[in-house]
Ligand binder design. Structure first.
Ligand code: SF4
Length: 234
């Protein structure tokens, strides 16, 4: 059984599959507490019904769509999501898993979309001391991220690394982070501006694209914010 906050059909707004119509399965619950989390109903204050794997699949099957995105919260904390992935693959669907990369899983998805959390994510003054400590102990797990990257490539699947940045210091921290990985592909590194409104995102578009050009990594906007705003079910 997995707590699910929502299952809906929309268009992927981030990463290399941006623009792709997809069914989104949003698990509810997270082992982190990023202060800027824009899905608090699936992390800080988890909501939703607890569903069996077969009932999740029934809801996914209700949409005639070849792409499934399993997101959260943090889907990797639920063992049963492995079964959901396997069953979607058996239905010949393309499966993306969006994760912060703190829990190692050898699941047979097509795309691991990994968003490691930087020091800019710690909820100082916004969460209990225990959660601040847990967040900082868990968020930085480059060994897990490497394992997910390796397992995807070993299976001829794919990965992308999406970093949420709100300043030049954050961007520089990404370079340090990448220095901790043994191997990574520049073409799979994406810098994503932090923001939940078009205005906030546009502010970062004044410096982040040129930073990406200088460092040879991708700029990755949050297109769904422009298309739909920061609303549920999109
Ligand atoms: S890892 Fe993602 S879902 Fe969890 S608190 Fe951070 S932003 Fe929210």
């Amino acid at each position: 059984m997995v707590r699910i906050s929502e299952i809906f059909h929309s268009i992927q707004g981030e990463g290399k599959l941006s623009g792709t119509p997809s069914v989104f399965v949003r698990t509810s619950g997270c082992n982190l507490r990023c202060w800027f989390c824009d899905t608090r109903y699936a992390s800080w204050e988890p909501e939703g019904d607890t569903l069996s794997v077969s009932s999740i699949l029934d809801r996914v099957d209700a949409f005639p769509c070849d792409h499934v995105v399993i997101t959260g919260g943090e889907p990797a904390i639920f063992d049963e999501i492995g079964e959901v992935v396997q069953s979607c693959k058996a239905r010949r669907k393309h499966v993306t898993i969006e994760t912060a990369g703190t829990v190692d899983r050898d699941w047979d998805c097509d795309l691991w979309s990994i968003s490691p959390k930087l020091s800019n994510s710690t909820p100082i003054g916004m969460a209990s001391d225990e959660w601040v400590r847990n967040h900082d102990l868990r968020r930085h797990a480059p060994q897990v991220v490497e394992s997910l990257m390796e397992s995807s490539l070993n299976r001829q699947a794919d990965y992308q690394l999406k970093f949420v940045v709100g300043s030049i210091l954050d961007a520089e921290e990404v370079l340090e982070y990448l220095g901790e990985l043994h191997a990574w592909d520049r073409d799979r590194v994406m810098m994503m501006p932090r923001g939940t409104t078009a205005e906030e995102l546009q502010l970062h578009s004044t410096w982040l694209p040129s930073w990406c050009r200088t460092h040879g990594v991708r700029y990755c906007d949050r297109q769904h914010i422009y298309w739909f705003g920061n609303t549920r079910g999109t």
